[in-house]
Ligand binder design. Structure first.
Ligand SMILES: NC(=O)c1ccc[n+]([C@@H]2O[C@H](COP(=O)([O-])OP(=O)(O)OC[C@H]3O[C@@H](n4cnc5c(N)ncnc54)[C@H](OP(=O)(O)O)[C@@H]3O)[C@@H](O)[C@H]2O)c1
Length: 247
């Protein structure tokens, strides 16, 4: 798929991987709209990339999603690419019963339900375009779970499964379905603040660059860095990786 001349909506585009994608798409000559919950972060992103548009929206809220769709279809009707990037990650200890689960934002609502409903909302608009795409940002942890993040890992596994079905269902339309599978990324806000740079981790810029390369070459499942081996690992290999990341 071409990576210039598109109109691209990126959820969670004010920070981290979403912002790196916004910057790259913008530089390549695409119109870019980002959304997120925090006005402050959206304002900072717009100040860094003055050409982009930012819309405040909580994608886990059905009313907000409808508002976003209405704004996009009236003000940016040429939108032909939806990047389902927004996500959160929580440590949840199930030995405490529902305490952690209920104590914070719901990962199933934000990482899975929102991507499913955003796709359903936008597919009719996207399918009218000659060339269109849905780009789902999953995670290597969708292929090998990290037990510290049990619900997060499960939502990403489900997003992988959803991407496979969506790609199949949309195969006779103009909408291509990509899945970007990043490894650990050290410079984003997913864990609250940037983490230490380790050998197996990458920067959000490197991830965005690899994602765009994959999109340009119509590589539908884009495993990046360490995730590339994880997505094609055998059951035995995945069991070994599971052991090493959960010791
Ligand atoms: N960092 C990693 O190691 C890593 C690895 C693999 C995959 N990923 C995936 O990459 C994606 C981007 O994460 P990131 O690492 O770049 O972290 P990030 O910097 O925290 O970015 C996530 C973005 O999503 C937005 N967001 C969260 N909940 C939202 C909601 N309900 N409605 C709208 N926007 C929402 C956040 O903004 P607001 O809080 O202002 O809404 C934020 O801008 C996520 O799907 C994540 O799972 C990350």
């Amino acid at each position: 798929m071409r990576t210039s001349g598109n109109t691209v909506l990126i959820t969670g585009g004010a920070t981290g991987i979403g912002f790196a994608l916004a910057e790259k798409f913008s530089k390549l000559g695409n119109e870019v709209v980002i959304c997120g919950r925090r006005e402050g972060r959206l304002g900072e992103a717009k100040a860094k990339l003055p050409g982009i548009e930012a819309i405040r929206c909580d994608i886990s809220n059905g009313g907000d999603r409808k508002m976003l769709y209405d704004r996009i279809s009236s003000s940016f009707p040429e939108t032909n690419v939806l990047v389902n990037n927004a996500g959160i990650q929580r440590r949840i200890d199930f030995t405490k019963g529902t305490e952690d689960l209920l104590g914070n934002d719901d990962e199933i609502d934000i990482n899975l339900k929102a991507q499913v409903y955003m796709s359903a909302l936008f597919i009719p608009l996207l399918a009218k375009k000659e060339s269109a795409a849905i780009i789902n940002v999953s995670s290597g942890l969708g292929f090998v779970p990290m037990a510290l993040f049990p619900v997060y890992s499960a939502t990403k596994a489900a997003l992988h499964s959803f991407s496979l079905s969506l790609r199949h269902q949309l195969r006779s339309t103009s909408v291509k379905v990509f899945e970007v599978v990043p490894p650990t990324v050290y410079d984003t806000e997913l864990k609250g603040k940037p983490i230490e740079k380790a050998d197996w981790a990458m920067s959000s810029n490197e991830v965005a660059e690899a994602a765009l390369k994959g999109i340009e070459s119509d590589s539908y499942e884009i495993g990046i860095g360490a995730s590339n081996a994880w997505i094609s690992a055998s059951k035995g290999e995945r069991d070994k990786i599971f052991g090493s990341i959960n010791h």
